[in-house]
Design a protein around this ligand. Structure first.
Ligand SMILES: *[C@@H]1O[C@H](CO)[C@@H](O)[C@H](O)[C@H]1NC(C)=O
Ligand SMILES: *[C@@H]1O[C@H](CO)[C@@H](O)[C@H](O)[C@H]1NC(C)=O
Ligand SMILES: *[C@@H]1O[C@H](CO)[C@@H](O)[C@H](O)[C@H]1NC(C)=O
Ligand SMILES: *[C@@H]1O[C@H](CO)[C@@H](O)[C@H](O)[C@H]1NC(C)=O
Length: 331
């Protein structure tokens, strides 16, 4: 039997809802020559599942053989006004959901699931976008749960709001490596990049993850800043690096000055409690060229093996309204 082909000829076609109903008795090829134009105001809802079938590609990557990067499962790009609710994405080959250059995004009750050793399967990745609300998501994944980043063009972002009420579960294994959860970054890979500001991440639970709330930037020259960020009401359970700023990110070399140009300022950590698997639960490792400024810590209660955990600060000025042991180390 010949495989069926869905053929989109040259041209631009506005599409509404498309439904393909099986059963499929043979391979289905999609041959896309033209452009499918989605409506600009989008609502995606329902309890459906997107399955990226990434398992064999992850195994291929793990074997060290050269292979394609893989596909993003769902990407919204270059438009305004989207509501996504109740969607589940599993086993993406790469990023699960990407919001790229999109304004006014409202995501609710989104679930993302991929096993722990799945490389680069970020849950929700946001860049070049404004007015983004992500509520009540449940993310169990192999890489960053929610990553806030930006593109490489000269674009200024104002009013970047991200509100996250997120329940995060890890699995029982602590995996070492660059696994980050609730990330801002990596910022400042290229010199001229739009900045990140006005973010709130609140009411999140992190369980057995490598990182809790993390801001990272490349150790490279940059004109960028990250400011007005609040991490609030976060519960950590056996997290390796509960609070971390790393401005020395440079996984593949190519950082001649070994200092980040990204200016991090006005970051507030409020009511962050729970357990750390490392003694240094708060690690602010800022740039020697651009120290972190206006870092505020309130009600940070993190322990490691029933002892109050420690803090380490490099090039960061920290203030605190309550005299907690953790913070004293950094004042
Ligand atoms: C973001 O939301 C604010 C307040 O609702 C609105 O004034 C602004 O125009 C929005 N920004 C964009 C880029 O849509
Ligand atoms: C999240 O943490 C809070 C506070 O410890 C707890 O009450 C709640 O049950 C947790 N939620 C989940 C889904 O684990
Ligand atoms: C710090 O950020 C908060 C919002 O996150 C904002 O209300 C406040 O005005 C900022 N402070 C400074 C000094 O910029
Ligand atoms: C801070 O970053 C530098 C450069 O990567 C590294 O050598 C140092 O160990 C880090 N400090 C802490 C406390 O992690």
């Amino acid at each position: 039997m010949q495989p069926a082909t869905i053929y989109v000829p040259a041209g631009k076609f506005a599409i509404g809802q498309m439904t393909f109903i099986g059963p499929c008795y043979n391979k289905v090829n999609v041959m896309l020559i033209g452009t499918l134009v989605a409506p600009s105001d989008y609502t995606v809802s329902g309890n459906g599942i997107l399955d990226g079938q990434g398992t064999s590609l992850w195994a291929w990557k793990a074997s060290g053989k050269s292979c394609p990067l893989g596909a993003t499962t769902l990407e919204f790009t270059n438009s305004n006004n989207i509501v996504v609710s109740g969607l589940t994405s599993i086993n993406s080959q790469m990023f699960h959901i990407v919001i790229n250059a999109y304004n006014n995004v409202n995501m609710q009750g989104v679930k993302v699931n991929a096993v722990r050793n799945s490389p680069n399967t970020n849950g929700i990745h946001v860049e070049l976008s404004s007015n983004v609300t992500i509520l009540n998501s449940d993310i169990q994944i192999g890489d960053d749960c929610i990553s806030i980043s930006h593109g490489t063009t000269n674009l200024w972002i104002e009013n970047y709001y991200v509100t996250i009420t997120t329940i995060l579960y890890g699995d029982a294994k602590l995996v070492m490596g660059s696994i980050g959860w609730c990330n801002i970054g990596s910022l400042g890979q290229n010199q001229h990049e739009p900045s990140v500001q006005n973010m709130i991440v609140k009411s999140a639970n992190f369980t057995k993850t490598q990182n809790g709330v993390r801001i990272k930037s490349w150790a490279r020259p940059s004109n960028e800043f990250a400011r007005n960020v609040i991490f609030q009401h976060v519960n950590m359970m056996n997290v390796h690096n509960p609070i971390i700023i790393d401005q020395n990110y440079c996984p593949s070399g190519g950082c001649p000055y070994q200092a980040s140009g990204v200016k991090i300022s006005n970051v507030t950590y409020q009511d962050i409690h729970g357990t750390s698997t490392t003694e240094v639960a708060v690690n602010l490792n800022c740039s020697s060229r651009n120290p972190c400024s206006i870092i505020t810590m309130e009600s940070i209660m993190l322990t490691c093996e029933n002892q109050v955990a420690k803090a380490s600060c490099n090039h960061a000025s920290v203030t605190s309204s309550d005299s907690i042991q953790l913070v004293i180390n950094c004042l």
